[in-house]
Design a protein around this ligand. Structure first.
Ligand SMILES: NC(=O)c1ccc[n+]([C@@H]2O[C@H](COP(=O)([O-])OP(=O)(O)OC[C@H]3O[C@@H](n4cnc5c(N)ncnc54)[C@H](OP(=O)(O)O)[C@@H]3O)[C@@H](O)[C@H]2O)c1
Length: 210
């Protein structure tokens, strides 16, 4: 699969490197060409298929799937700059608005409205270092990755990208529920930063009363 990444920072590097190792073609993009080139070179050196770099519109046009991995404050501007190539494409949104999460400004819904892309919210709950693990397995259990989106083809492609990481995709419902993933990130990351083991707030399945 060809994967265009809007962003050339940590998440672009971590996830893009995994996917290039899995045999996908990857293009990163950023606002500073030298930084994008350096990220692409580092990813290539990590041992997968060669990673290339381009502009926002070039990455949008390159990808059969596109991933948005930029700071929330720049997301709308970047999506507009990426242009019409995003319309109708699977767009993986990994972004979080932290620490200023706002229910009235859901990122994934905004991304869909601005681009006309088939947005799937995913990968926003794990720290970047988790996405560098091969594979992310904790206590013998592969990390589960919830996906929220509406388009069956886009969901199917993102499920396979989750599986490429050695993780387990979980159906989180439609795009309207993506804001819950954004809220969950704000809540649990807040706990982790306060020194609380956020994983411990959930009971095992057997005790969930279902
Ligand atoms: N890091 C994590 O652990 C983690 C985990 C889950 C989700 N996320 C989310 O994933 C997204 C990317 O995070 P990251 O860790 O990859 O961040 P990062 O390393 O800071 O990279 C962010 C990317 O966005 C670009 N960018 C920043 N502000 C911009 C603006 N105003 N306009 C256009 N481009 C801008 C950066 O360009 P420059 O290099 O030019 O600054 C860079 O390419 C964020 O929304 C974050 O909340 C992060």
């Amino acid at each position: 699969m060809r994967i265009g990444i809007l962003g050339a920072g940590n998440m672009a590097d971590a996830l893009g490197t995994q996917w290039s190792r899995a045999g996908h073609e990857v293009m990163v993009s950023g606002r500073d060409e030298a930084r994008s080139a350096a990220t692409a070179a580092r990813m290539t050196a990590a041992g997968g298929s060669p990673v290339v770099h381009g502009t926002w519109p070039e990455a949008a046009a390159f990808g059969e799937v596109v991933m948005a991995a930029v700071a929330a404050d720049g997301l709308e501007e970047v999506l507009k700059a990426a242009g019409p190539a995003l319309r109708g494409k699977p767009l993986v949104d990994v972004t979080n608005r932290l620490p200023d999460f706002d229910f009235t400004r859901p990122l994934a819904r905004m991304a869909a409205d601005v681009t006309g892309a088939h947005v799937v919210k995913a990968f926003n709950l794990g720290h970047v270092d988790v996405w560098r693990m091969t594979p992310p397995v904790f206590d013998g259990r592969p990390l589960a990755v919830p996906l929220c989106g509406d388009d069956p083809d886009a969901l199917s492609r993102v499920r396979s990208l989750v599986t490429d990481l050695g993780c387990t995709p979980v159906d989180g419902g439609g795009l309207d529920r993506a804001v819950l993933l954004e809220a969950t990130a704000a809540f649990v990351i807040g706990l982790w930063f306060a020194g609380v083991d956020a994983q411990a707030i959930l009971t095992p399945m057997e005790a969930a009363g279902v």
